[in-house]
Structures are given as C-alpha cells and as structure tokens.
Design a protein around this ligand. Structure first.
Ligand code: ATP
Ligand code: MG
Length: 339
C-alpha cells in the first residue's frame, strides 16, 4: 500500500458489483478490511456498483437489480454498520456519471487497453474487439466513484490495483490542468489478496462459478469442498502427496486458525498415509464455522428487504450531497460553471 493516510483523515470507499452473491474471496480480499476501517475512518462509504455491473451485463438488468439487495445483505450480515458506513447505490447518483465523463478526456484508449485486469477480464468474457465501450472505460468510472467522495483509502482485492493506479493518474492530470482539486489515493489489500477458486483457478469469482458463498448451507459447503482439486497423483491414501498447488491446503493455510496442526497434516500428506477425505472434512468444518453465523444473520436480515432498501436510500441521499459538492468544485475548476 502506498502512504496510508493518517487515521483521523481516512476516507474509505469500497464496493461490489451486484453480479451475484458474495463469496469467501470478497470476505478475505476486502470485507474484513471494510469492517476494520469503518471503526477507524473519518468517513466510510460502501457502494453497490450497479452501473459498473451493467457494463458487461447490459442485457441482464434483472440480474443486476436482484443482486443489489443481495450484496447489501452480504455486507450487513458480515457486520458492515450503516451507522458507520454510508451505503449507497451508484446509479442513483448522476453526479458520478458526470464526473466519469469529464475524466474520460484525461485518459487515452491505448492506456485503457493496457490495464491488465481489464485485459484478462475481456479475455475471460471472450469480448475481443467487440468489447462494450462502457466496459473498457470502467476503470475511469471507478476513479469517479472514488473521487466524488474524496476517498483516500480503498480496501480491495489484488485485481483492483490497476484501477487505483488509473485513479492516481487521473488525479495527477486533473490537478495539473485544472488546479489542485484531488488527492492521490491508497489501496489496502486484504490478508489474502487473491483467493483461488475451488477449481484451482487463480481467482474465486462470481462470474466463474468457482466460489463458496457467504450464504451457502453446510451441505453445499461440504459438497464444494469434496469436489476440490488436490493432487491428481495422490490416488491411494498411502501415496505421497503434493502440498504446493493443492487447493485444500491453500484454503487450510488461510482459514484454519490451528497452524500447528495444519503443519503436521502437511508433513503426513507429503509422506503418504493421509487421505484427501479427512483433509476435506476438516476444511468443510472450518469453513462452516466461519460462514454459519454470517448466513444466519443474513437469513434474518433477508426477512425484511424494505429495511435494507431504506438503509441504501438513506445512504444514497447522504452520499449524493458529497457528490454535488465535489461536482460544483470540479465544474468551477474546469470553467463549466455557467449558471
Ligand atoms: P465479477 O466477476 O462480477 O467481477 P467478482 O467476484 O470479481 O465479480 P467484484 O464485485 O468485482 O467481485 O469485487 C468486489 C471486491 O472483492 C473487489 O475489491 C475485489 O478485488 C474483491 N475480490 C473479488 N474476488 C476476490 C478474490 N477471489 N480474492 C480476493 N479479493 C477478491
Ligand atoms: Mg470483479
């Protein structure tokens, strides 16, 4: 992380794309830091990034609408506190879109095409040259999400680092041309910057169907863990097994708090004589212990969706006030403050 701002000056902003329910990757990559920072920061914002989700889901508006409630539920169930964190919906603040449009003048097409996360997401989605223009420019819109609130600390997973770099380039260009308006921002990556998927893919992702969700039942968790990739050459219990690249051990390293026992298990596994099923049962139990309280709180909150939507409405009003202020400042700086 570059130069974390002083505690009393921290303004946090984070968000999720409402493309599906949230999973363990979100939990370790970003949510844990969100929870910690909401207690430390001067201000804390949480955004449901529905406009961003539409950039690659233009034909599925219903999916994005439904999941707006779901991602809010996930965050509340984990402990995001609306009294500490202003929770809002991106699309309901038109000033963010205006800011994004103004920032587009400061970024070249060549630069956008070089963004490594966008590149790999384009490949994964098979867009090629037919990428929606809105998708290619989403890092610019993300700069607007951050800067309308003058946020300076962004808890994110590792895949979001290039977006923070892009934001800082925009800050520099804007200040150079129009005068000092924005400050550079820092990111804070979680203890696990990038959680692998249950299939061994380098990132657990809503779009890849390789996630264990914060709403999964014990049975589902166990089923997903049982299907996890271990070591393809570890066929008989007596065979020596590989620990490196073994998804079950990667998860145990992250989620099992008994490090000593995990170290012993690794030794046994390497020697031979430890079966995958025993390991997987242990992992399923560890994950259930983390997820069960979240799932139960989530189920309670889900009984009252109106309450959740009220929280988002209230938060959106509050966030919009900040956006209007920032936009007034930006329009003045850019000499488009006519009336
Ligand atoms: P999508 O596939 O729609 O992009 P996603 O699973 O990547 O969904 P996002 O809503 O894009 O989820 O990400 C929300 C936040 O969670 C971001 O800060 C992102 O970096 C973090 N995050 C998502 N997946 C992981 C992961 N596997 N490990 C660590 N952090 C993650
Ligand atoms: Mg993503």
């Amino acid at each position: 992380m570059e130069n974390k701002p002083e505690t009393k000056e921290i303004i946090v902003l984070t968000g999720d794309r409402p493309t599906g329910k949230l999973h363990l990757g979100h939990f370790v990559g970003s949510i844990q830091n969100r929870l910690k920072l909401q207690n430390e920061a001067k201000k804390s914002f949480y955004m449901v990034a529905d406009m961003q989700a539409l950039t690659d889901n233009a034909e599925n508006p219903e999916k994005i609408r439904i999941n707006t409630l779901e991602v809010a539920l996930d965050n509340l169930a984990c402990g995001l506190d609306p009294a500490k964190t202003t929770m809002f919906i991106q699309s309901q603040i038109p000033e963010i879109a205006e800011l994004a449009l103004l920032f587009m003048n400061l970024v070249t097409l060549a630069r956008l095409k070089r963004n490594p996360t966008v590149k790999s997401e384009m490949q994964q989605k098979g867009f090629g040259e037919d990428v929606p223009a809105g998708f290619l420019v989403y890092p610019v819109s993300q700069a607007a999400d951050i800067l309308f609130a003058k946020a300076n600390l962004i808890p994110v997973g590792e895949d979001q680092k290039p977006m923070i770099e892009q934001t800082n380039e925009i800050v520099d260009s804007f200040n150079r041309i129009y005068g000092d308006t924005f400050k550079r921002v820092s990111h804070l990556v979680g203890e696990t910057p990038r959680l692998v998927g249950t299939d061994g893919n380098s990132k657990m992702s809503k779009s890849l169907n390789n996630g264990i969700y914060l709403s999964d039942s014990d049975e589902t968790i166990e089923k997903k863990v049982m299907e996890m990739y271990t070591d393809p050459n570890h066929i008989h219990v007596t065979d020596p097994g590989k620990v490196e690249g073994n998804v079950v051990f990667m998860y145990l390293d992250i989620f099992d708090t008994n490090k000593e026992e995990v170290a012993d298990l690794k030794e046994q596994y390497k020697k031979g004589g430890l079966g995958d099923v025993i390991l997987k049962k242990r992992l399923a139990k560890v994950l259930s212990e983390i997820i069960t309280p979240i799932r139960e709180k989530r189920e309670k909150l889900a009984e009252n969706p109106k309450m959740v939507m009220d929280i988002l409405e209230e938060g959106t009003k509050k966030a919009r006030e900040e956006a209007i202020q920032t936009l007034n400042e930006v329009r003045r700086a850019m000499k488009i403050d006519f009336f």
